[in-house]
Structure formats: C-alpha cells, structure tokens
Write a protein that binds this ligand. Structure first.
Ligand SMILES: Cc1cc2nc3c(=O)[nH]c(=O)nc-3n(C[C@H](O)[C@H](O)[C@H](O)COP(=O)(O)OP(=O)(O)OC[C@H]3O[C@@H](n4cnc5c(N)ncnc54)[C@H](O)[C@@H]3O)c2cc1C
Length: 411
C-alpha cells in the first residue's frame, strides 16, 4: 500500500523503478498488474484525490477479462448491472434498428458478461487493489510538466512543484491531454464539434415500462444520440446525450449550449425528449480524439490508454482498450529484458489494433448521426441483423486471454 506525499517538492529528486503518470483506469490497472507480479511501481496523479468524474461506463468482455486477471472482478460486480440487450433505436421514429443479445449465448461466446457500472465503482476497485498491494505506491497533487530520456537508459519526469522523478521506465497514462505525449508525438487534439451532457437519476424517476428489462438503449438521430442504462444494481438510471453544435469554435466556449441541446432533441420521439429532463445542464463535455499514430514509445518512456490512443466514445471501448493495454504492458515488462524492449514489444502488440478502433469510432459516429436518405439506408441495412451474431464484434470484444470457463454472475 501507500499514499506517499512526503518526499517531494522543493527541487527534490525521487528515484523509482517504474513511474506511472496518471491515476485513471489505464494508470491504476497498469500499476496493479505490475504490483501483482512483484514489480515496484509508483503512481503520480495531478488531482488532490484519486477518483473518477462522470457516471456510467459500459464494459465489454475484453475489459472484464482484464479485471478478472487483476483480481478485482468480484469487487466490480458488486454493484454492476448486467444488461441483457444492447438495443439501437431510431431517435425520431422510436423504432428499433438492431439489437445485440447480451444474454447466455453472449457470455458463453466471450467467457464474460457485458456490464454497465458506475465509473467511481470501477475506479475504486482498481484503487483499492493498488492500496492493498505492497509494491504499489501512490501520490496525489503532482502535476507533470514533461518527460525526458536521459543518457544511460533512465528517464526523468518533472512536476509543477519542482520535483524530478528518475525512473527506469515511465508510463504516461495521463489521458487525452497528456503532458508526456509531446516527447513522442507532435500533434493536437481533434475537436469533433460534438458535445455530451450527462445525467444520473434515481430509477423511480423513469417510467417503469422503460426499464423493465435491463438494457443499454442507444437512440440514434440526426446529429445527435442518447445512451441510457441502469446503474448501481438498478437503483440509478444513466443518460448521456450527445449532439453536434453548429457554433463550434476553438476561440470561445459558447457552443454546444442547452438551447442547441433542446433544439436537437426537440425533433425526437417522446422517450428521448423525456430524457432531456434527466440531464445535468451545468456541465458539458466537448468531445475530442486524436489521429491514430504509429508509435507511442521513445526510449524509456511510453504512453498508454487515452494518452496513446484517445478515441471518440461511440464504440464504448476507450476504457476497455486502456485495460487491454495494461495487460499487454504488464506482459511486456515482465518478459522483456529492459524498458526499451518492453515498450517496443507493447507497442507492436497494441498500436494497429487501437488505431483501427480509433478510426472505426469515427465511422460509428457518422453512422449514429446520419440524416436524410442515409438514415433510412442505415436503418434498413440492419433489418436482418441476428441479435446473437457476434462475428463483427469479436475483433474488439474477444479477451486477450480467455478464461478456461465462462465467468458468470447472477443477473
Ligand atoms: C462520454 C464518454 C463516454 C464513454 N463511455 C465509455 C464506455 O462506455 N466504455 C469504455 O470502455 N470507455 C468509455 N469512454 C472512454 C473512457 O472514459 C476513457 O477511454 C478512459 O477513461 C481512459 O482512461 P485513461 O486512464 O487512459 O485516461 P483518463 O481517464 O483521462 O485518466 C488520466 C489521469 O491522468 C491524470 N492526469 C492528467 N494530466 C496529468 C498530469 N499532467 N500530471 C499528472 N496527472 C495527470 C488525470 O487527472 C487522470 O486521473 C467514454 C468516454 C466519454 C468521454
């Protein structure tokens, strides 16, 4: 365990074997994975406390397998919901487009459920795992400014308060706007011109017939969509409303406003319009990704998770891929002779796959939000989709390591 804030600041130099920058899903999962293999690892996080913002997260079987390997699956499952379907609906007509069956056939096929859970529950399960592991140390209030490779194979990381961390391996898990990334890739975040509003309400707020069967509902409409699912053992209902702003500008914040939200959702069916009431209108989440790149590593520094491959959220795979990354990173570090070799091996295993998901997420966005004849064509082309046909999902959902027997939990 440790929560160690003592030995830094005031130009202190701190030496650690492996340094993880960022205590989100990617950073904590990697630290826990290394700790479980007996590798000392130190995590530094900008925020005053480790935690997660936002509400729900969907976790596909690939993510579940990693949580299992990290020994936190039972903890995560305590309050998780097991949706039995993921259903795509036309947001304007209210008619079904296609359904993915997430029931027993799905679980038998992948070896794991598809779950929805509160981000805070996922994060706290990973954090608890780290706190209980003698090889993991954790430190808050450390904002990283940059990383550099040094002669002799080590790397250094400098924080805002003047601390320098020297490490044999530095893993940048600091998300979309990573401070480590500029060492490796010169690029910018790409604005999608879409913005999300989220809201989680007590389940009683929602009409009972809308939540009879636990499912993930994806309402697709012109330049907008809405995702809904139950959370926390079915006590809460999570809503994520996303739409394109006509007024996007990098120069001001006055885009993606409530008025635009209401206008986009105003043409939708009743159930979608109703969800407008469940949203927290105080906070809006502009959506960005980056272009996929061919490398994330340089010398003894590597990126992981959103720092490496930030993607639009339309495939619900950003967090899952961060977890897959963590498993691949732990494999690489524990089998290769040094950090440089480990990072190259990690990158070779992951870069093409995650790049494909980044690209497909953009395509999925186009399909979700298409209007006019395109919308008709989309709806018709999924007409014959068989809910238990998982062929097109295997490449994303199949766990990197499958359990010998399906890990089932009661619904
Ligand atoms: C609306 C929305 C819905 C989504 N839904 C899903 C879903 O259903 N399923 C799914 O799998 N994924 C989903 N995602 C994607 C998922 O949230 C991300 O891919 C995932 O959180 C990435 O984790 P990460 O640890 O790489 O980065 P982050 O979660 O961004 O964590 C980075 C951490 O680094 C810290 N940090 C940042 N900068 C510094 C610094 N300079 N110094 C020190 N620390 C720093 C941050 O405080 C943070 O704790 C969704 C994303 C969005 C926006």
């Amino acid at each position: 365990m440790t929560q160690n804030n003592a030995a830094s600041g005031n130009n202190a130099v701190v030496e650690v074997p492996t340094l993880v920058v960022g205590g989100g899903i990617a950073g904590l999962a990697t630290a826990l994975g290394l700790g479980r293999k007996g590798r000392p690892v130190h995590v530094i996080e900008r925020a005053p406390e480790f935690g997660e913002v936002g509400a729900g997260i969907q976790l596909a079987p690939n993510a579940m397998a990693v949580l299992d390997e990290l020994g936190v699956l039972d903890e995560v499952m305590k309050d998780a919901v097991l949706p039995q379907k993921k259903r795509y609906m036309d947001a304007v007509t209210g008619k079904e487009i296609a359904t993915i069956d997430l029931g027993p056939e799905f679980v038998a096929h992948y070896g794991y459920h598809y779950i929805v859970t509160h981000r805070a529950d996922l994060h706290s399960a990973l954090l608890k795992g780290c706190q209980e592991n003698e090889f993991v140390t954790l430190e808050n209030n450390r904002t990283v400014l940059r990383a550099e490779n040094l002669d002799g194979g080590k790397a250094q990381v400098v924080t805002e308060d003047g601390t320098t961390y020297l490490a044999d391996a530095v893993i940048g898990a600091d998300g979309l706007r990573s401070a480590i990334r500029p060492l490796i890739v010169e690029d910018q975040t790409v604005p999608s011109e879409y913005v999300a509003y989220r809201g989680t309400v007590p389940i009683e707020t929602v009409p009972a017939e809308a939540v009879e069967t636990p499912m993930v509902l994806c309402w697709l409409g012109p330049h907008m969509h809405l995702i809904q699912y139950p959370l926390r053992g079915g006590k809460l209902y999570n809503n994520v409303a996303v739409f394109r702003s006509d007024f996007y500008s990098p120069d001001h914040e006055n885009w993606g406003t409530e008025e635009e939200l209401d206008a986009r959702f105003g043409i939708c069916c009743e159930q979608v319009q109703e969800a407008g009431k469940y949203l927290n209108r105080e906070i809006r989440w502009p959506m960005y990704d980056r272009e996929p790149v061919k490398t994330w590593t340089e010398g003894s520094v590597s990126l992981i998770g959103d720092a490496a491959h930030p993607m639009l959220q339309y495939l619900a795979q950003g967090g899952a891929q961060s977890l897959d990354d963590s498993l691949a990173m732990v494999d690489a570090i524990t089998t290769e002779p040094d950090a440089q070799a480990a990072f190259k091996s990690f990158e070779a295993r992951r870069v093409e796959h995650t790049g494909n998901i980044q690209r497909l997420a953009r395509v999925a966005g186009e399909l979700f939000h298409i209007d006019g004849i395109g919308r008709e064509l989309r709806n018709n082309s999924f007409k014959d989709h068989v809910p238990t046909d998982y062929q097109n999902l295997d490449w994303m959902f199949m766990p990197l390591r499958k359990a010998p027997e399906a890990r089932t939990y009661p619904i």
